[in-house]
Design a protein around this ligand. Sequence first.
Ligand code: NAD
Length: 293
Amino acid sequence: MQQLKGKTAVISGGAEGIGLNLAKTLGAQGMNIVLADIEAPQLAVAEQALQEAGIPVLAVEMDVALLEDWQRTAKAALERFGSVHVLVNNAGVSGGLGAIETLDDPGWRWTIDVNLMGVVYGANVFVPLMKEHGEACWLINVASIAGMAGAPMGGAYTATKAAVVALSEAWYEELKAENIHVSVLAPAFVKTRIHQSYRNRQPRYATSVTPTPDVLKIAKITSEAVNSGIDVEIVGKRVLEAMEAGELYIFTHPSYRAVTDHRSAAIAGAFDQAAASPQLQGVRNEKLMSFTG
Ligand SMILES: NC(=O)c1ccc[n+]([C@@H]2O[C@H](COP(=O)([O-])OP(=O)(O)OC[C@H]3O[C@@H](n4cnc5c(N)ncnc54)[C@H](O)[C@@H]3O)[C@@H](O)[C@H]2O)c1
């Protein structure tokens, strides 16, 4: 993709998994790469792999849940590469699975702070820098198919990923005129270590709750699904293809269309019921407010 050559991409959670594969994919397009990750040893391994592939790389140890870490990352990226054209808000944790009563406050906070606030802070810091130089930019937020429809026992993970989908839709319209292309990646299962996210759970979110058998069962099912997921390389190639085509929603598992079809049909049915409701006769012809400007 010619437009990317010589430009810089910042990738949160770039030390492994989907993030590292995106780093390699974008690096192969001639981009400079900033890997931003909380796991220092893995970050060093990833940095070396990119260097060996001849990709200009800067590794920054940081926590996406801390705004000041994003500011430090931006400063380092600008000092090294001058400007940034791609931000991939990829870092995420699989915290928050299980029944309603099994997730405690630190579990909710951890999941919200990393999966949602990490995306918000990344955009808050980098979008103004993108607007400043005005050249074509990409903001890619990594959600999940779990964000496309509420997944039972998905708890905080589902909630944060749905929020990332909604934010991406809002920002897509908001940033159109600024030459910033917003996409949201919504994969189903991909072979990574997402099911072992607790390895990066910061001490400030420590929990004293012992997982219940139900939670352990969900964790086992999830790890089996992840281990039999698609290879990470497919995701990188798919994202590049979607960037070129300017896609808002980036899917990697066509068969999961059933999830969104089911949701769309349920919502359409609910609107039909509302339209037929005697209670709403007075409001049915209200002027439609455009959310898209
Ligand atoms: N693997 C899947 O099946 C799958 C499916 C849907 C969505 N996703 C999403 O893809 C994204 C990438 O996950 P993955 O599957 O590659 O998992 P992964 O665990 O292999 O990679 C996640 C990366 O994020 C980093 N990270 C975690 N907490 C961080 C923090 N606070 N600050 C900075 N970095 C942090 C980790 O160190 C790791 O390098 C996540 O947002 C995840 O929710 C994954």
